[in-house]
Design a protein around this ligand. Sequence first.
Ligand code: UD1
Ligand code: CA
Length: 453
Amino acid sequence: MSVSVVVLAAGKGTRMKSDLPKVLHKVLGKSLLAHSLDALSFVNNQYVVVGHESDKVVNSLPPTTKHILQKDQLGTGHAVSTVINSDLFIENKSELTLVIPGDVPAIDSKDIELLISEVKTKSSSVGFLTSIIKNPYGYGRVIRNNEEIRIVEEKDCNDEERKINEINSGIYCFNTDFLIKNIDSLDTKNVQGEFYLTDLIGIANNQKQDIVIVQVDENSIKGINSMSQLNEVEDIMQKKLIENFMKKGVYFQDPATTYIDSEVTISSGAKILANTHLTGKTKIDEECVIGPNAQINDSKIGKNSTVVNSVIDQSTIKENGNIGPFAHIRPGSELGEGVKVGSFAETKNSKIGKGSKVPHLAYVGDAELGENVNFSAGAITVNYDGKEKHKTDIKDRAFIGSDVMLVAPVTIGEESMIGAGSVITKDVPSKALGIERNNQKNVEGYVDRKKKK
Ligand code: UD1
Ligand code: CA
């Protein structure tokens, strides 16, 4: 049976108290909407209903995802009816239509697949996911009385109904023909004066249609309406993500202070120490020890590397890298095998060859270092003349002494040495000593003469 999905993302999210459209808020580094769409990636035919700040929401979508504008947001039923009545939907009509809100990022594809298979097996008109939850406040309640099945919204509940703790997930699988036939019979006779999609359950029941209810784990259907729920759901998802890494053999010293985005990959045998933040598309290879206090974004860390108390952004570290403590590896740094960047050293947009060392108090920007270069304490590349950035080229095995300034553009030849304290403005040939320094003067007896005055 063919399936399509309608993702509801037109609402403002008033309860978030934020200017950003609700579905663009992020958990684990990815928007709520992107989480929903990813969980439904097995359905090719996807429609996203946009409305509030639709430009922003549309811009966040992959270019192939279809979107439909719900000009006025008159409720979840109205949102679905906008799609159903569009030419785009009619032209691509499928036998089953899933509907899911854009604010349930923890949803598991397996739950949705189960729902679809139940609806198929029983040839039902509609199925939906529910859960038994300790604090059902804010959700629609599932009323099941003998023959009666319907959903009542929090605001429309009487005291008895409010006590029910089976909640509606907002995730449905409709027989498309049933949906088309009945969507326009919804009305706004409720406290909020909105067209409620939830009323279709009562309508199906009145028509004695078959209705499937699939109960799933409450954690996978928690909706996000407020900042506090955003935090609650992110917490749940973070724990689950870390659990999954542990099952694959990744060690975590302190999950409570570890933050990992959903697109991060970590190989088995890696150790993640306390207070580590791995974000974006970061990739950590086997045997790495990351942390404590590491912050790594959109970067690749090669096998058996260590990163202690350091920040790494949009960079690549090859295997056996040794970073920190207190290093700042800024965007565009490519560190070869066995490179060391130590305390209070910063790199940016630079290639550093195999075995080279920048052990302390240094700045390497817009530079290319060959293999086995030693870049001593206090040495820096002077890459910026106030207007433009220039390149520093340092060949293999060059030895850059302490407190050297390499004023770019400049090339330092292979195996050359640069004397400590030099300001180098001219190229240095291979195997030469480059030195720029005044002769030292010792003034004999100076201290005693000064005391007498
Ligand atoms: C909805 C359900 C409720 C369920 C809960 C689960 C209704 C009437 N209620 O309530 O039973 O327990 O979800 O999380 O359906 N949206 C539109 N257009 C609109 C209105 C909303 O696209 O006109 C979108 C919102 O952007 C959001 C989703 O629909 O992504 C759900 O809307 P929301 O207002 O959050 O519904 P709830 O009150 O949570
Ligand atoms: Ca909601």
